[in-house]
Unconditional design. Structure first.
Length: 477
C-alpha cells in the first residue's frame, strides 16, 4: 500500500480547559479545596508540558434510539422525552443548540443538582417548576447557587443572558429585551451551564462511558461520565486506585471520604438519568456510533489530526494493512505515522479494523482529513483492514462482518456516500485502493484490499442496506 500527501502535518494543539474547572457541586468541600483545583487539569501531561486534545468523536447527523425519538446525544437540539416540561425542555434545547452541547446532558445536570431522582432513577413527576416561577433556589453549604448550582467564581466566567422573559411572575418562552443576568434566572443559568459544559468537554456525539472507565491522571478520554465528573469535582480531579485525587497547593491530595462518595454518586446518578433522558442504555451509543453488531471503539492514544477537514464525504476507501499488529491499534498507529511516503507528517486513516473484528476510530472526528488515499484524501473515509493480504481478509469472517457493518453505518451517517456507486474517477461510492490507484496520480500498482474481497464486501453491504430498507417498509399499507 502506498500513501500520498506532501503537506506538512499541522501541530495538534490541546483544548485548553483553563476557565475555572473546579468542582461545581460543593457539598462538604471547603473554599480552599475548591480554589486549589481551578488550574489543574486531568489531561495535563507534566512530562510534555502540554494539554492533550480530548477524544471527541463525530458520528454524523442525529440518529434515532429504540424508542424512535431523535437521539439528543448526537446533536445539541435533539428531542427530550415528553415528560420533561415544555418550558424547561425549550430552555435545554435552546442552550444545547447555542453551545453545541447535548440537551439531554444539560437536563441531566439540572436533574442531578436538584435531586430529581429516587435511588438513582429519574423522578419525572417534579421538575421544580414552582421554583422556576419564584426564582427561589437553595444555596448549598459550599455557596453554590441557582438551578444549575454555580459557584460565584464559575458563574462569573460563564454567565449568559438567556433569551426568555419573566412576565407576570412566570418565566415564559417569549423572547424579549434583556432582563439582566442572574444565576437564579432559569434561562440564564441553563445558558451559562451550556457554556460551561462546552468548556469541560460536553460536545455532541460523546459515548456514554461508565463509572468504571479510565479516569486516571493524564487520560484524554472524554465521555458523558467524564463530563459528569468534571462538572461535580473539576477537570483537575482524577482517580488513582479507586481514590479520587487532585492537586492542592501543588501536592497530590485525596478528596475527603464525603467527597469520594459524592463524586461516585454523582456519576452513577447522572449516567442513569442521562440514559432515561437520551434513550441510551448503560454502555450504549444510541445509534451515534457504528452498527449495533460491531465493536467500535475510540482509540485512546495519539489520534491522527493534521488540522484539516474533509471537503466532502463521497466515498469509503478500503485498504489492507499489509501486515499484522500484535500490539493492536497503538502499534498500527506508530507504524503508519512513521511512513513518510505520505509526507513529513506520515500516513494516517480514519478507521482501523483489527483482526479481532474491532473497528477503531483513529481520528478525533470522522470528518478529519487523513493521508491514506492520494487523490481521495479530502473526500473519503479510509478503513485500514488488518491483514497481510487478501487471503487473510477473506478468511476472517468476524473482521469481514465488522467492516460490512461499519460501511453500512457510514452510508447512514453520510448520505452523500452512495453504496450503489463504485466510481474511482469521480471518487464516489464504495472503493478499494486498487481502483483509485489505477486512475490517480500515485499509480503504485498495489492490489489492496483485493478484487475478490471488494466484490464480496460490496455485495454484502448493498444487500444489507436493501434488507434494512425492506424491514423499514414492512408496516406500510
Amino acid at each position: 500500500m502506498k500513501y500520498y500527501e506532501k503537506q506538512t502535518i499541522a501541530l495538534s494543539i490541546g483544548v485548553l480547559f483553563f476557565l475555572l474547572v473546579g468542582p461545581r457541586h460543593s457539598l462538604g468541600v471547603s473554599e480552599e479545596d475548591r480554589d486549589s483545583v481551578y488550574n489543574n487539569f486531568n489531561n495535563y501531561s507534566e512530562e510534555q508540558g502540554i494539554l492533550n486534545k480530548p477524544n471527541y468523536s463525530l458520528y454524523g447527523s442525529a440518529g434515532t434510539n429504540n424508542s424512535g425519538r431523535s437521539n439528543s446525544s448526537c446533536i445539541g437540539g435533539g428531542d427530550l422525552p415528553s415528560f420533561v416540561p415544555d418550558l424547561l425542555s425549550s430552555y435545554f434545547k435552546a442552550a444545547g443548540e447555542k453551545h453545541n452541547v447535548d440537551s439531554a446532558m444539560i437536563a441531566t445536570i439540572y436533574a442531578v443538582e436538584n435531586a430529581l431522582y429516587t435511588d438513582s432513577s429519574l423522578d419525572s413527576s417534579n421538575w421544580r417548576i414552582s421554583k422556576i416561577h419564584s426564582n427561589s433556589w437553595a444555596v448549598s453549604p459550599g455557596n453554590a447557587k441557582g438551578p444549575m448550582q454555580f459557584l460565584d467564581s464559575t458563574w462569573n466566567g460563564h454567565k449568559q443572558e438567556g433569551p426568555y422573559l419573566y412576565e407576570s411572575g412566570k418565566w415564559t418562552t417569549n423572547e424579549g429585551p434583556g432582563d439582566g443576568i442572574d444565576v437564579n434566572h432559569a434561562d440564564d443559568a441553563i445558558y451559562g451551564a451550556g457554556d460551561f459544559l462546552s468548556s469541560i468537554g460536553a460536545k455532541s456525539g460523546l459515548s456514554l462511558g461508565s463509572a468504571e472507565q479510565d479516569f486516571s491522571r493524564g487520560t484524554d478520554l472524554i465521555t458523558i461520565a467524564t463530563v459528569l465528573k468534571n462538572y461535580n469535582a473539576g477537570a483537575g480531579t482524577w482517580r488513582d486506585g479507586g481514590v479520587w485525587k487532585y492537586l492542592k497547593n501543588g501536592q497530590v491530595t485525596a478528596w475527603s471520604s464525603t467527597k469520594q462518595t459524592e463524586i461516585n454518586g454523582y456519576i452513577d446518578k447522572g449516567l442513569s438519568i442521562y440514559s432515561e433522558l437520551s434513550g441510551l442504555s448503560s454502555g450504549g451509543d444510541g445509534g451515534c456510533t457504528l452498527a449495533e453488531d460491531i465493536q467500535f471503539q475510540m482509540f485512546n492514544g495519539e489520534l491522527f489530526d493534521h488540522g484539516k477537514t474533509l471537503t466532502s464525504v463521497d466515498s469509503v476507501l478500503l485498504h489492507w494493512t499489509g501486515g499484522l499488529y500484535s500490539g493492536g491499534p497503538s502499534q498500527f498507529q506508530s507504524a503508519i505515522a512513521s511512513n513518510k511516503a505520505c509526507g513529513a507528517g506520515g500516513c494516517s486513516v480514519q478507521l482501523f479494523a483489527d483482526k479481532e473484528g474491532i473497528v477503531w476510530q483513529m481520528v478525533p472526528n470522522l470528518e478529519t482529513a487523513t493521508w491514506h488515499g492520494c487523490q481521495a484524501n479530502y473526500n473519503s473515509i479510509g478503513i485500514e483492514i488488518e491483514g497481510r493480504g487478501e487471503s487473510d481478509l477473506l478468511n476472517n469472517e468476524v473482521q469481514k462482518q465488522a467492516v460490512i457493518s461499519a460501511v453500512v453505518k457510514l452510508t447512514e451517517l453520510f448520505p452523500t456516500i452512495d453504496p450503489q456507486q463504485q466510481d474511482p474517477v469521480n471518487l464516489s461510492g464504495i472503493l478499494g485502493h486498487i481502483e483509485t490507484d489505477r486512475v490517480g496520480p500515485c499509480k503504485s500498482g498495489k492490489p489492496d484490499p483485493g478484487e475478490n474481497y471488494l466484490e464480496e464486501v460490496r455485495s454484502s453491504i448493498r444487500r444489507s442496506i436493501e434488507i434494512g430498507g425492506d424491514k423499514e417498509g414492512d408496516n406500510d399499507e
